[in-house]
Write a protein that binds this ligand. Structure first.
Ligand SMILES: *Cc1c(COP(=O)(O)O)cnc(C)c1O
Length: 418
């Protein structure tokens, strides 16, 4: 048995990624009890930080203790009662996950599907809403399984028009791609730390609009004894204790009703992730991901490889690269790991064995990581039996970065009066 002394790795897959060293330091700080005044104040501040990350004024903005899936399940099991109808547009693996979790919550699940590598036109989702008349629309924003980023900006208004609640899983996309929870009319949103937020998995930031909280208010557990006089409790209390968002919100809110022991170390990590993002600035972080993503995309093309899917709707932070016939996909991934210490991702379902997924996320959305990865990929492809243009990947990536520098120089020159 070995001690916990992990190897040095550069994690360039679809998540997790290397945590920012500041987050690792936060994780190593002392524990404090959840009713210590310092801790309650830190919890309040963490709520405010995530309101800013999400672009919302929602009072009900909290962390669910668990991986992103805990956030998804908390949202769906709390908003959906048995027999409620939910519409899930599926464009990858995580859409299937939303459908599966909603089904376990007892909801009647309606799905629409599109080919992997595509997103839905908004009108197709609206037509399905009109046909199904669901209580809830549940849709993934960025699905790492296909790298696609579903446009959400018009869905909130459509949902509001048809009296439908709107939930989205932004785990893979938040930070790296635009997200405006209030402006886009999103009622419920959940995330995780291990993609563009630069932290470990294990905490799920989540936010609910007043409209979503009103649904929870009708489903408070009688057993939990947290009804207020006059609460209109339905026949279907939330089917989970741990993931009961009515209880979790009362725990974070002014009443501070005891629920679970706060996962203090993960709270520190989540707090630091948000702080790092907001210090750099939301727009600047999205722009950094856009640039690193463009450099990786042009880099793999510079190696003569083909990018999978509708590139105009790709998330900034991950690219799916078609595995060339001349090489064995898993052999190249092993060479990347064993010879270079770099992890890239495999794929699921219809894409299994067809594409690698390479991420540029959070702390790893940087020029040096892009260049190092492309250089190692070039070497691994050549040794694996595929002839590739020498330096073609690194050159193309550096050209993207140089292009940006030239643009910036031009802007700065223009700003200096002659
Ligand atoms: C990566 C990812 C998750 C991860 O869920 P975990 O429970 O943290 O493993 C969830 N949703 C989406 C869309 C993802 O891309």
């Amino acid at each position: 048995m070995h001690p916990v002394n992990p190897p040095a790795r550069l994690l360039m897959g679809p998540g997790p990624i290397d945590a920012d060293p500041r987050v690792l330091r936060a994780l190593a700080t002392p524990l404090v009890g959840q009713y210590d005044p310092w801790m309650t104040e830190t919890m309040n501040q963490t709520q405010e930080l995530y309101r800013r990350v999400f672009g919302t004024r929602n009072e009900a903005t909290v962390l669910v203790d668990g991986t992103s899936r805990a956030g998804i399940e908390a949202a769906l099991v709390s908003l959906l009662a048995p027999g409620d109808s939910v519409l899930v547009p599926v464009f990858g693996r995580f859409g299937h996950l939303l459908a599966e979790i909603a089904g376990r919550a007892g909801a009647t699940v309606h799905t629409i599907e599109t080919e992997w590598g595509q997103v839905f036109p908004t009108s197709v989702i609206e037509d399905a809403i009109v046909r199904v008349r669901p209580k809830l629309l549940a849709v993934v924003q960025g699905d790492t399984s296909t790298t696609m980023n579903q446009p959400l900006d018009e869905l909130g208004a459509i949902c509001e028009r048809h009296g439908v609640l709107f939930y989205t899983d932004v785990t893979a996309s938040v930070g790296g791609n635009p997200l405006e929870v209030d402006a886009w009319g999103i009622d419920a949103v959940s995330a995780g730390l291990q993609k563009c937020l630069g932290g470990p998995s294990g905490s799920a930031p989540l936010s609910l609009s007043p409209r979503a909280v009103a649904v929870l208010d009708t489903r408070r557990s009688v057993e939990a004894g947290i009804r207020e006089p006059g609460d209109d409790v339905s026949e279907h209390p939330i089917q989970s204790n741990y993931l009961d968002l009515a209880m979790i919100i009362d725990y974070w809110g002014p009443r501070r009703l005891n629920h679970h022991t706060e996962a203090a170390s993960m709270l520190y990590a989540a707090n630091e992730c948000a702080r790092i993002l907001l210090e750099e600035g939301r727009d600047a972080v999205v722009e950094r991901h856009a640039l690193a993503g463009r450099a990786m995309l042009e880099g793999v093309r510079g190696l003569g490889l083909t990018v999978f899917g509708d590139v105009s709707h790709k998330m900034h932070n991950v690219v799916a690269v078609e595995i060339p016939d001349e090489v064995h996909g898993d052999a190249v991934r092993s060479a990347m790991l064993e010879d270079h210490g770099i992890e890239i991702g495999t794929s699921f379902g219809p894409l299994h064995g067809r594409v690698w997924r390479i991420g540029t996320m959070g702390y790893n959305a940087r020029k040096d990581t892009v260049v190092t990865t492309l250089s190692a990929l070039e070497q691994s492809l050549r040794r694996g039996g595929k002839s590739v243009p020498q330096g073609g990947g690194v050159d193309a990536a550096l050209d993207v970065y140089a292009g940006l520098s030239a643009e910036l120089d031009a802007q700065l020159d223009g700003a200096v009066p002659a």
